[in-house]
Design a protein around this ligand. Structure first.
Ligand code: IPD
Length: 283
């Protein structure tokens, strides 16, 4: 990695920590909630404010001519979500907005950086736990400067699996999600969990607390930073049908190893979600 990206990595850690402090403070005051794609897809003034703070700080440091930005709230307002070869920041200012609104204490700031369409580093700050997860390509994964690795469990019966329900409540999709969960539970596995933030879920895979996390309907900003952290912790990423992982596909399986991943994949009732990188006018 060029020195320039090392500096970018350090700035990302610093910015994520500062953003987390803003979120913690905002949690103590009145939270104004609006909705986006559905009545359960929540957004708050804090999501928007924190994204502005993060992108503003990164633009000040690196300029906006050479660097591109994909931010959850900017995309919600109509900005493009296309990954080009240019250095690109992929940002979820408040991952776990529903948790934030309800005071459920798992909320993360997620910042990833890609060059030539390859993820170079990821930073996730779990701001109420005050845990900083980070990883650079080829350099290992860390939580608060301690190296983390995925679990070595290969026996599915000894695993904990995470999945989420997402924000699309079409009855046919919810049926598939619950049918998948039922089948996984009955393998049986030790347990099924969900923290309500994809970024934190991926950190739980990376530090070996759970064996796998998968979701359909997720977005690139939820998983970009986590993808680097899981890989650097020794884990793997796949599509939910066993094919290669595609950041923009809105489908993701992250796991400690391919034995666990493929065993879970056997039970997943796959459905498609509209890709993140479809130009706005075609949506
Ligand atoms: C959501 C969380 C949640 C996942 C949803 C995401 P947000 O992100 O990551 O765990 O199930 O699919 O949209 O909206 O809180 O940034």
């Amino acid at each position: 990695m060029a020195d320039e990206w090392q500096r970018a990595y350090e700035v990302a850690v610093d910015v994520a920590r500062k953003a987390g402090a803003v979120i913690r403070k905002a949690a103590d005051s009145e939270i104004k909630v609006s909705t986006k794609s559905s009545t359960v897809d929540l957004v708050t003034k804090t999501d928007e404010r924190v994204e502005k703070i993060i992108i503003g700080a990164l633009k000040e440091e690196f300029g906006e001519d050479t660097h591109c930005f994909i931010g959850e709230e900017s995309v919600a307002k109509g900005e493009a979500c296309i990954l080009t070869k240019k250095p690109t920041w992929i940002i979820d200012p408040v991952d776990g907005t529903t948790n934030f609104v309800h005071g459920f204490p798992f909320v993360a700031v997620s910042i990833a950086f890609a060059v030539n369409k390859e993820l170079e580093f990821g930073v996730i700050y779990s701001c109420f736990e005050d845990k900083m997860y980070k990883a650079r390509k080829g350099m290992g994964a860390f939580c608060d400067d301690e190296k983390i690795t995925v679990s070595d469990v290969k026996d599915i019966h000894k695993s904990i699996i995470i999945s989420e329900h997402g924000t699309d409540r079409s009855p046919d999709k919810v049926k598939k999600i619950f049918s998948t969960m039922q089948k996984i539970l009955c393998i049986p596995v030790h347990g099924l969990r969900g923290s309500g933030t994809a970024a934190t879920n991926m950190c739980l895979v990376a530090c070996g607390a759970v064996e796998a996390f998968f979701e359909i309907g997720i977005h690139c900003w939820d998983i970009a930073a986590g993808a680097v952290i899981v890989r650097e912790a020794g884990g793997i990423l796949l599509d939910v049908d066993g094919g290669p992982f595609d950041l923009m596909s809105r489908r993701m399986m992250s796991a400690n190893n391919d034995i666990i991943a493929n065993r879970i994949i056997k039970e997943i009732e796959v459905f498609t979600a509209e890709r993140d990188d479809i130009p706005a006018q075609k949506k």
